[in-house]
Structures are given as structure tokens and as C-alpha cells.
Ligand binder design. Structure first.
Ligand code: FAD
Ligand code: FO1
Length: 450
């Protein structure tokens, strides 16, 4: 039985007799998925079939081929895992709300379960779907260990204010997952398998941003990366995680972003790994507190990608410094092509272009320099989001909008002594980098990969 507080009624509606539909979106996996488990629970209670669909929109926040390739390969594996449990899977191309309407009618779906996502585009899809279909729609938070609405009913100020609200609920929510059962109520009509090669061929996404060769997409690939992190990197995570020259991070973010593995699974495996307490705590702080703080921000701040989402002290301070002289101004093209005077920044940009995943410490430095080299905070915000969502494999994610607002607008951070241009927003420079890690080594490494 899933904890009902993980679920929210989006639309009461009138239940029909047919199958239960899980509209899979953020959580693109068969295992460890509360939304899928809840849909199966409902279908079992009513003794009806269970159907899963994924609606692939014509475009998604500028996502290039690199992102779709990773996502579709993961979905192909998920289709196999669902079929092994006699759960049919459909991939529908086009406007999600229209396709859901057609699907509900064709299979006389009794009710819909979908997974929580604080991004505006997802909330819009669900609202539009609800306008044409009259059956119940339930949403399940299968991304946050503590459901977003249970942690807090408002936008939190910082990690320090949300941490205790999450920690006091972990005993209740950081629990193991029940297995997905083989579904005993088959659908009358047979559903043809997804034509994956056809779908890849029809993709309109920009192919100049090519797939990354160093990660294997999908749930199995994600679990192997989790295993590697626990056995080879977790112990040194507190020491290594701020050195872009050391492979010390988990590399889980693409798998978490596409929901190919569950953050709760990662947190459970790390918690029971038997490794050093300090190392486990350092990682759990990031994957639980920092990540769930990002969902909290986007859920309670629908304009999460605008200057107005910054804290008041930062907006005032940035406004006071709008006219400050800028030593360097770069065009979008110069930034995109890593053609600035700053070798460290260029290395970060190159890493993102070629690897599809810039190191976490570098992302802070990278975004803050874009503030320094743009004509306004609004222009900086727009460029950072554009580059991040075009090249990062884990882009187009609440973590990204939050990380960029932290860097450029002091979100979830405190005010610092005022200085030109940044005002009271935390400043970072390459002298600070040199105090933290071997800058030359990192730059050489990135050059070596190009
Ligand atoms: P690890 O250090 O191994 O962390 C494990 C997991 O913890 C991450 O996958 C993530 O889910 C979570 N986490 C770690 N650091 C943060 C953080 N600062 N905020 C929120 N969650 C965190 N993350 C994205 O997933 N997508 C993005 O587009 C993105 N853009 C960013 C842009 C900027 C300017 C900044 C400062 C941060 C951004 N982050 C983004 C957050 C963070 O940098 C990445 O999540 C992390 O580097 C991913 O690599 P990893 O999984 O190997 O990290
Ligand atoms: N989710 C969908 O439900 N349908 C899509 O067509 C879709 C495309 C897509 C492309 C790139 C990308 O990075 C994410 C995409 N997502 C899509 C959303 C993704 O599954 C995540 O749910 C969110 O981006 C995370 O909040």
C-alpha cells in the first residue's frame, strides 16, 4: 500500500469501468515508482487492466537530440520491463492533452494517475487535459522522498529552513518499495509494440547537439552508475566533490532527471551501504535536501526562471549596481563557443558542450561569470538557462532553474558584503577556484577530451 499522502486529487471526475491509465512523464521507470504502484493498486481494487502511456510532445524546453536519445533509449528499456509484468505501454507523439483525450476515449479509461512535476509546462499539460476529460485524475509525488506538499506548504528560504522539515519526516517516507506485480487483468485489445526506430527517425530535435558516449541510458545503466558511485567514490565524496579535476561525483543527475532511477532508491542504497557516516550524510544532503529544495522552489514560484524569483535583498542590490562598469562583455555566441578571456570558464563551457555534464562546482562559477559578462541580470539569466537547457543532459530540470537563480540571484543564499556589479550576491573568481582545486589539471583534462 502506498502512503496516501504521496497522492493529490487533480480532478475528482466520474470514474468509468475501464482500465486505469498511468500517464508516465517524469518518472520513466518500471521499478521504484510510487505513481505506477498507486495506479496498479487502483486497478487491482477494481479488477481492471492497467495501461501505461508516455506522451512525447513535439518539443520540450529546447531539448536537443542529445536529451531525446538518452530519454528514448531509457523508455525502450522501460517498455520491456512493463511488458514482462503484462502491463502494456504506449508512446504517443503530439500534444499531450489531445493524445490523452483520444486514449481515454479509445480504451474507456476509468481514471488517470500521473506523476508530480513542478515545471510550468507539465502543470499546463495536466490542466489542459483536465478541461476535456471528465474522469478522476490523481497526481503522485514519486520524485521527492518526502512529498513536496508534505514537506512545506510554502516557498522555503534556504536549505537550513527546509532541512529539518524533511529530516523529521524521513522515518515515514524513506522506506523500501513494494514490487510491481505481474498484472492479472489483461486488456482485451492487443497493443502493438512501440516503433522505436521510426520514432527516433521522426524526431525534429536539433541533431547538432549529439548524444554523449560515456553514459549508458536507462534504468539498468543508472543502477550500474549508482553501484559504481557507492563502491568507488562515496567514501571520498566530501573531499572530492568540489574538485572538477577528480571524478568524485555520482554522475546520477541524467538518470534522476529522466526518472530512470528513483532518488529514493539512491538514498536507500547509500544509507545501507555501510560506508562512513560523514560521506553518506554529505551525499544525502545533496540528493535529498538540495534536490527537494529545488522542487519546493519551482513548485511555489511558478516564475522560477525570472529575475522576480530572486530574494528581495538580491533584486534591490542588483538593481543598485545595474550601471556599474563591466570590464568584459561577451556575446551569446562567444559564450557558447567558449571564447572568453577566462581559461577556467572556457573549460567548464567545453566540458558541457562535449560531455553534456559540467561539474557541479564549475556550474556555480560558470553562471556567476555570465552575470559579470552580460549587460544585465535578466540577460545573464536568460543566457545561462538557454545554454544549460541546450547542452546539459540533466538540463530542463527544477535543479537547473534553482542552481542558476542561486548563482545569479542569491536564491537560498545569504547577502555578502556589497561589491561592484554583484552587489550583495556571492562573488566567485578563479583565485577562489585555485584555493579549492588544481585549476590547471582540470583545464588540461577538458582539453584532452576535446
Ligand atoms: P552529485 O554531487 O553526485 O549529486 C547527486 C544528486 O544530488 C544530483 O544528481 C542532484 O539530484 C542532487 N544535487 C547535487 N547538487 C545539487 C544542487 N546544487 N541543487 C540541487 N540538487 C543537487 N542539476 C540538474 O540536475 N540539472 C541541471 O540543469 C542543473 N543545473 C545547474 C546549474 C547551476 C548554475 C548550478 C549551480 C547547479 C545546477 N545543478 C543542476 C545542480 C548540480 O550541479 C547537479 O545536480 C550536479 O552537479 C549533478 O551531478 P551529479 O549527479 O554527479 O552530482
Ligand atoms: N516529459 C514528457 O512527459 N514528455 C516529453 O515529451 C518530454 C520530453 C523531454 C525532453 C527532454 C527532457 O530533458 C525532458 C523531457 N521530458 C518530457 C520531461 C522529463 O521527463 C522530466 O519529467 C522533467 O524535465 C523533469 O522535471
Amino acid at each position: 500500500m502506498i502512503d496516501k499522502s504521496r497522492t493529490k486529487v487533480i480532478q475528482k471526475g466520474k470514474r468509468e469501468k475501464g482500465p486505469v491509465l498511468y500517464w508516465m512523464s517524469r518518472e520513466q521507470r518500471a521499478d521504484d515508482n510510487w505513481a505506477l504502484l498507486y495506479a496498479q493498486e487502483k486497478a487491482m481494487d477494481m479488477k481492471v487492466p492497467l495501461l501505461v502511456c508516455f506522451c512525447m510532445a513535439p518539443s520540450f524546453l529546447g531539448a536537443p537530440y542529445r536529451a531525446y536519445d538518452f530519454m528514448l533509449k531509457g523508455l525502450e528499456e522501460t517498455e520491456k520491463s512493463l511488458l514482462a509484468k503484462k502491463i502494456p505501454f504506449l508512446l504517443l507523439e503530439g500534444e499531450p492533452d489531445k493524445n490523452i483525450f483520444i486514449l481515454v476515449r479509445r480504451y474507456s479509461v476509468s481514471e488517470i494517475v500521473t506523476d508530480f512535476d513542478p515545471l510550468r509546462i507539465k502543470q499546463q499539460w495536466k490542466r489542459k487535459a483536465g478541461e476535456t476529460i471528465k474522469i478522476p485524475i490523481h497526481e503522485v509525488d514519486s520524485h521527492n522522498i518526502v512529498p513536496c506538499w508534505e514537506t512545506s506548504s510554502k516557498k522555503e528560504f534556504a536549505a537550513r529552513t527546509i532541512r529539518s522539515k524533511i529530516h523529521r519526516l524521513l522515518d515515514r517516507y524513506l522506506v523500501s518499495f513494494p514490487d510491481l506485480l505481474s498484472h492479472p487483468f489483461p486488456l482485451e485489445k492487443d497493443i502493438p509494440g512501440v516503433q522505436w526506430r521510426e520514432i527516433q527517425r521522426r524526431l525534429k530535435a536539433d541533431r547538432s547537439v549529439s548524444p554523449v558516449p560515456w553514459l549508458v541510458p536507462g534504468s539498468q545503466g543508472g543502477m550500474a552508475i549508482l553501484e559504481r558511485f557507492i563502491t568507488e567514490r562515496l567514501e571520498r565524496y566530501p573531499l572530492d566533490r568540489n574538485d572538477p579535476g577528480i571524478p568524485g561525483l555520482s554522475d546520477l543527475s541524467p538518470y534522476l532527471h529522466f526518472g530512470q532511477i528513483s532518488p529514493q532508491r539512491a538514498a536507500l542504497e547509500v544509507s545501507f551501504s555501510g560506508k562512513e557516516e560523514e560521506a553518506k550524510e554529505a551525499f544525502l544532503e545533496e540528493i535529498i535536501v538540495r534536490r527537494e529544495l529545488a522542487d519546493n522552489f519551482c513548485f511555489y514560484t511558478p516564475f522560477y526562471d525570472s529575475f522576480n524569483s530572486f530574494p528581495g535583498w538580491a533584486r534591490n542590490s542588483l538593481n543598485e549596481h545595474r550601471q556599474d562598469r563591466r570590464e568584459y562583455i561577451y556575446s551569446f555566441r562567444e559564450l557558447e563557443d567558449a571564447e572568453t578571456h577566462d581559461e577556467l570558464w572556457n573549460a567548464g563551457q567545453m566540458e558541457m558542450l562535449t560531455k553534456g555534464k559540467m561539474h557541479g562546482w564549475m556550474r556555480m562559477y560558470w553562471a556567476k561569470k555570465i552575470l559579470e559578462w552580460s549587460t544585465s541580470p535578466e540577460e545573464a539569466l536568460e543566457r545561462a538557462i538557454l545554454l544549460n537547457d541546450r547542452y546539459e543532459l540533466d538540463g530542463r530540470d527544477p535543479n537547473g532553474y534553482t542552481g542558476i537563480a542561486w548563482s545569479i540571484g542569491g536564491l537560498h543564499d545569504r547577502a555578502w558584503p556589497s561589491r561592484p556589479l554583484f552587489g550583495k550576491v556571492r562573488y566567485m573568481n578563479n583565485r577562489g577556484a585555485a584555493r579549492k582545486f588544481n585549476v590547471k589539471r582540470y583545464i588540461e583534462q577538458v582539453k584532452g577530451r576535446v
